[in-house]
Design a protein around this ligand. Sequence first.
Ligand code: GLN
Length: 238
Amino acid sequence: MSESTLRIGLVLPDVMGTYGDGGNALVLRQRLRMRGYDAEIIDITLADPVPDSFDIYTLGGAEDSAQRLATRHLQKYPGLQQAAAKGAPVLAICAAIQVLGNWYETSAGEKVDGVSLFDVTTSPQKVRAIGEVTTTPLVPGLKAPLTGFENHRGGTTLGADAAPLARVTRGVGNGVGDSTEGVVQGSVFGTYLHGPALARNPELADLLIAKALGIPATDLSPLDLPEVDRLRKERLRA
Ligand code: GLN
């Protein structure tokens, strides 16, 4: 790995990676490489401390017991929090929103302190949210509808420092009755969308890449990928 290699940290894939969320790291690496950047994925497992020097981080969803293990690890090794404080882009899927929040309550009623990268709290809802989701993004630079598959019992309430990623047009999203989906706080993005999310939503992938490179997303060379467009359109119709 050379000094200019962009390092993508796949955070705790051994406990957080429901529905192939590790694919988000593959999409980031591929879109960087296709544009001529050197990029590598580095797994950060429960056996490793969390480095604070990587260029992008991504975390997947998980079952309640696995997400508790992840929470403890991120509290013990606060590298992710330090990287985010320096402006490194982070993508958190589903359970990872809850872990990065102030606290979450599991389905069994246990309240667990999170790592407070997001000013959000999560409590179990009566009905599990399962199915396809379509949303209208609320973040500058994102235009196309964001789509994905959700499967979560937790409903997430946003505090004053957290903004929603999108507004739900189909499905549940954050699930507390305000029709919001996902969270944005500084350079940290969260979404309930599995997919993997970045395979289905390439604009979001490029937004994270541009932040990692420190350039506007409009400066990234366009990628002509008909199969990505086809997947996106297919999911919008599904
Ligand atoms: N365990 C969490 C919930 O049910 C998250 C599930 C997930 O990541 N798919 O809310």
